[in-house]
Design a protein around this ligand. Sequence first.
Ligand SMILES: Cc1cc2nc3c(=O)[nH]c(=O)nc-3n(C[C@H](O)[C@H](O)[C@H](O)COP(=O)(O)OP(=O)(O)OC[C@H]3O[C@@H](n4cnc5c(N)ncnc54)[C@H](O)[C@@H]3O)c2cc1C
Length: 246
Amino acid sequence: MQPLIEWQAGTVTEIRPETPQTKSFTLALPKWTAHRPGQHYDVRLTAPDGYQTQRSYSIASAPEQVGELELTVERIPDGEVSPYLHDVLVPGDQLEVRGPIGGYFVWEVGLGGPLLLVAGGSGIVPLMAMLRHRAAQRATLPARLLYSSRVPDGVIYRSELVQLSDRDHALELFFTFTRQAPEGWTGYRRRIDEAMLTEVIRPFEERARVYVCGPTLLVETVANALVRMGLPTELIRTERFGPTGS
Ligand SMILES: Cc1cc2nc3c(=O)[nH]c(=O)nc-3n(C[C@H](O)[C@H](O)[C@H](O)COP(=O)(O)OP(=O)(O)OC[C@H]3O[C@@H](n4cnc5c(N)ncnc54)[C@H](O)[C@@H]3O)c2cc1C
């Protein structure tokens, strides 16, 4: 049986807007433990009348960022927890969290590559932890990121991703825009499909370790396409963020 993971109060040290809908929250944790990239924390809110609710948030930071935890949260307008984090929480506040949690959707340099990361929207968050960890370890194994966003200003971590890949020729980025592409854009402009996956994965043939994260529909479409393409299922890991059918 897994040991019980205790709740602890983290202190919010920084809140950074990433896109119009997402913010990153850095917390200093009194009982910090190194995580495996891809794991998540649970966040618990308690109302003055004692009512409690909790949600899971992937860890965005690399385990090399000792003592701190970074979470990136998309604001769901009619949501219970994400609007509180966006609209109410300020630096200096405390936030109850427990983690790190999860042992399936994880990748670390020791597992090797090549690495194919496929993200939709805020599904980039755990994949960013993997890329930050890969960079911190100065790993040179080939990695490709295919990242689907609706609109150009919805691309989370855009400048950091571009910087990482400018410094490292083994890391290649592929963006696709499903609603509106940047002006003059010559790349993909549609939802991720089998033809796109085939192009992106080609140099890796069937050896890639694949991590897919995002809304349920995107994850299921991508995972089914990868299986049809003949990728070994044991190398494909998926994580779903949104409600069924989204
Ligand atoms: C393992 C795991 C890791 C996660 N990591 C992240 C992360 O890194 N960043 C992040 O932003 N979210 C992440 N999520 C999603 C997160 O846990 C919440 O579900 C999300 O923040 C919505 O919570 P809420 O209380 O604001 O909305 P709720 O009150 O739960 O939902 C309100 C309404 O929004 C709908 N809804 C709920 N979630 C979504 C969604 N993701 N997209 C669209 N509609 C939705 C619901 O069906 C409902 O109609 C993760 C989920 C899991 C399971």
